[in-house]
Design a binder for this molecule. Sequence first.
Ligand code: MRU
Length: 380
Amino acid sequence: MADQYAQFSVGTEPPALPPLRWEEPPEGPVVVLLDQTRLPAAEVELVCTDVPALVGAIQTLAVRGAPLLGIAGAYGVALAAARGYDVEEAAESLASARPTAVNLAHGVRRAAAAHRAAVGRGAGRREAASAALAAARQLHREDAAASAAMAERGLALLDELVPGGGHRLLTHCNTGGLVSGGDGTAFAVALRAHRAGRLRRLWVDETRPLLQGARLTAYEAARHGLAYTLLTDSAAGSLFAAGEVDAVLVGADRIAADGSVANKVGSYPLAVLARYHHVPFVVVAPLTSVDLDTPDGASIEVEQRPGQEVTELTALPRIVTSGPGAVGGMAVAPLGTQAYNPAFDVTPPELVTAIVTESGVVSPVTATGIAELCASSRQV
Ligand code: MRU
């Protein structure tokens, strides 16, 4: 069928600023974030000089997305150590800043363990702080490498599942370079397909209520020159019905031991739609998103966010105004309306066609498959 979406013109420059970097100006070390609440209108950096500022940035989603939350948590511990704060206390507040993405606690634990081990060896404050920073940097590098490996495995899987030509992929939320040390998770697969000349269309769910798809995935897709089209979340059903989706690609915030996948709210309905329409539903996530200590989907804590995100268009004022004080939004519901606003939902393993990680692909998705993958990657 002729591609009726070819009229979309998109840019060709990759995003200019990294989502997170560590800097050491004379006044002391800082974690510098690309403030994702201001995208795509403005590329503004947010400088965190202490842990409360970083915790605030995590909670307002200035820094977000599972892999990047892990990296941010690790650098947060390094920041606390370098500035002489109580590292264990800082680790606790960072790890609990948001509950669902297990990567956050993982990153925090890793840097805190490196710090503790250095202190245990008798290292002084500076040396122990360097150990925490080295752990954060190592995690950052590993995430970039994991991203590249997932992109390669993910595209190979797509070619297998949907043979014969250009892929039309549907994605939800934002899973690109804005959430990773590399090109991301699900988005990295689409980007790899684009670079290989095998992406026909990336369908981008707007992702209510905070519009990570419209604001962030469209931003990344445009700047990388992908053929993409934005849709409202509720338009996905008619797109499947029209036979326009070859596969769904999403990331994960936590994968339980039984293969249940917590991801941005709206992922589960996509999995149901995909199953009904015989379309593969593929999850792309690093092993740092797998949590063997969480036995099943019901055990995953799903973050509940303020109802105001639903009753007001809170994401929009930040885009259309330039001041940092643009917090409130335009009301779309009567005053006093109660809202149900879970940030994530849980897709059961039987609806997931495959989980793609840097170390291998699990398909079918079973507790045994997850356990074997984790065991084999520990041996490498
Ligand atoms: O609330 P967010 O924006 O942090 O949610 C992010 C997601 O749900 C992503 O899909 C997920 O972290 C997986 S890959 C980055």
